[in-house]
Design a protein around this ligand. Structure first.
Ligand code: C5P
Length: 301
């Protein structure tokens, strides 16, 4: 096999409940992830010379590191170290997921790279080992392999699948420029001002909404504890959320650590209307639509 293609989805957090900071600097979470059909594509090829090379097109082209600073590069190295395979691969990532957008694009690319290299190098690493390697790379990487809808606990890496029916129609308002996840967590702590924080939890209403495939209930149940911090660092996001609300979104939320804002529409037609309205309002760099839940990283060719 000389070439493997993997498609990997972005995520939104339907709920992101953030507890207090742990001794390791991470925050204890209870989150509900949903994988959405805004996907990156990773192509792994057998190289003509030994070693790892990385190239990127699409979102973030020319802005992202192409060496060990890139999580996808580190994923290839980690898998080689774990399996004993030679770390020889030419990786190309075609990105549609915004960078530093709160949709786990970097994590998605790392997850896809694990799967692509595992297939290219014919390692057939057991699923649980791939998931453990994913967790080593970052809190959101296991979910990008998992896909669907799932509760994440710990720092987000311990996953439990959630019963989800039907399809939700999402619209994403993608901002100019990203937000740094550590900065947003720090701002969240600053806004909390040292007050005691309740244990993170998952709302029953959200579980009901997912199980019933009910977008109205889901829209009402969306909640993100990092939203206030993201709005504090990027006040212009308020206007984005207001425009979504004005045009009848069933719910709107900052995705993860932001600055992407995600809106639930009634159906596909409504998602088109909402996308047009957000574009016309000129409140974001670009607008994308996607359905959820979708499967996690998978080999497509
Ligand atoms: O795990 P990952 O490398 O994606 O996390 C990026 C940063 O986000 C961490 O360094 C930390 O500052 C913050 N984070 C956190 N608590 C979590 C997940 C991430 O504080 N549960």
């Amino acid at each position: 096999m000389s070439s493997v293609t993997v498609r990997v989805p972005a995520k939104v957090n339907l709920q992101l409940s953030v507890g207090s900071e742990r001794h390791d600097g991470y925050h204890e979470l209870a989150t509900v992830f949903q994988a959405v059909g805004l996907c990156d594509e990773i192509i792994a090829r057998t190289p003509s010379t030994p070693g790892i090379t990385l190239s990127i097109s699409g979102e973030g082209e020319g802005e992202l590191p192409l060496d060990e600073e890139n999580l996808a590069y580190r994923a290839a190295l980690l898998l080689a170290g774990h399996t004993g395979a030679k770390p020889d691969v030419d990786l190309h990532i075609h990105k549609s997921i915004p960078i530093a957008g709160g949709m786990a694009g970097g994590s998605a690319d790392a997850a896809a790279t694990l799967l692509a290299c595992d297939t290219l190098w014919r390692q057939a690493t057991p699923r649980d080992e791939l998931m453990a390697l994913a967790a080593e790379l970052g809190s959101d990487v296991p979910f990008a392999l998992h896909g669907g809808t799932a509760i994440g606990t710990g720092r987000g890496e311990n996953l439990t699948p959630v019963l989800s029916r039907g399809t939700f129609h999402w619209v994403f308002a993608i901002a100019e420029g990203g937000l740094s996840t550590p900065d947003v967590y720090r701002e969240c702590d600053r806004l909390r001002g040292g007050r005691s924080v309740p244990d993170p939890y998952v709302s029953d209403i959200l579980m009901q909404a997912a199980a019933a495939g009910d977008p109205v209930l889901l829209g009402k149940a969306l909640h993100n504890d990092l939203q206030a911090a993201a709005l504090s660092l990027r006040p212009a996001l308020r206007q984005v959320l207001e425009v979504g609300e004005d045009f009848g979104a069933l719910g709107g939320i900052v995705s993860g650590s932001g600055p992407t804002c995600a809106f639930v529409a009634r159906d596909e037609e409504h998602s088109l209307d909402l996308a047009v309205a957000l574009t016309a309002a000129g409140v974001c760099r670009t607008v994308r639509r996607g359905q959820g839940p979708v499967v996690g990283a998978r080999v497509t060719g």
